[in-house]
Design a binder for this molecule. Structure first.
Ligand SMILES: C[S@@+](CC[C@H](N)C(=O)[O-])C[C@H]1O[C@@H](n2cnc3c(N)ncnc32)[C@H](O)[C@@H]1O
Length: 233
């Protein structure tokens, strides 16, 4: 599949228009949803277009609930693992500085934007959801950084210095990507709050920290504990 190119900045809609376009996108499934720019805590000014914190979750109609389950719009949230990984990258920019980085399962593009802000040489954001790629392009523009977009990991033929992935292991079908990442890059850093004890050699638990999903989903405490797994080949 050809990789969708990010339009040059001058051709991107103005920030308000991007917010309106993302709101129109999510309203196809959640009629009362509103997207708004949110400044992330402890992320050095990184902002994202996310679901408004006042979204009335209790007011979902059965049809909307079904649509939301059939087509989950992950990009409207900054997941706890993405927030923790973005914070870590911005705290330790040497992790990515000067490197060509892939953010797998980009969602809102939070990790891709953090890597670009921290000085990565080149950043590619990969997600199978086209709405996620639109959100990532909007969030890259919102933060004044350049992020290239890709829909299918296996259509990428290039190599990377580092693969990053946050909150993608909730689906066991994604675990085989852990091996595929090491065929594309000599180093991988995965952040995850769903898998407590990842048993996939050569991945090892490297660090842990707490973070919460934005807007707050009132998740169980166990999903606020993020583990960083690393692997080298
Ligand atoms: C829970 S969200 C995490 C988003 C972001 N990394 C974060 O932490 O906020 C998982 C994302 O992975 C994407 N995803 C799942 N399977 C994928 C695959 N096989 N290839 C690319 N993206 C995938 C989903 O579309 C979704 O956007």
């Amino acid at each position: 599949m050809p990789q969708p190119a990010q339009p040059p900045r001058a051709l991107l809609p103005a920030p308000d228009a991007m917010q309106d376009e993302l709101t129109a996108d999510i309203r196809r499934t959640l009629s009362q949803a509103r997207i708004e720019p949110v400044r992330l805590p402890d992320c050095g000014g990184l902002k994202l277009y996310l679901l408004g914190a006042d979204f009335p979750q209790a007011a979902l109609s059965p049809a909307e609930m079904q649509a939301a389950l059939n087509e989950p719009a992950y990009w409207i949230f900054c997941w706890a693992s993405g927030l923790a990984l973005a914070r870590r990258i911005l705290r330790e920019p040497a992790l990515v500085r000067g490197r060509k980085v892939l953010d797998f399962g980009a969602g809102s593009g939070v990790v891709a934007c953090a890597a670009a802000l921290a000085g990565a040489r080149e950043v590619v954001a990969c997600d199978i959801d086209p709405s996620s790629l639109r959100a990532t392009a909007a969030n890259a523009a919102l933060n004044g950084v350049s992020v290239r977009l890709a829909g299918d990991f296996f259509a990428l033929t290039e190599d990377f210095d580092l693969v990053l992935a946050a909150d993608v292991l909730y689906d066991r079908a994604n675990h085989h990507f852990l091996t595929a990442f090491l065929e594309r890059a000599p180093a991988v850093l995965v952040a995850d709050s769903r898998v407590k004890n990842l048993q996939v050699p050569p991945y090892v638990l490297a660090a842990e920290e707490d973070a919460g999903t934005l807007p707050d989903l009132n998740e169980f405490d166990e999903f606020r504990h993020v583990r960083f797994y690393t692997a080298q080949r």
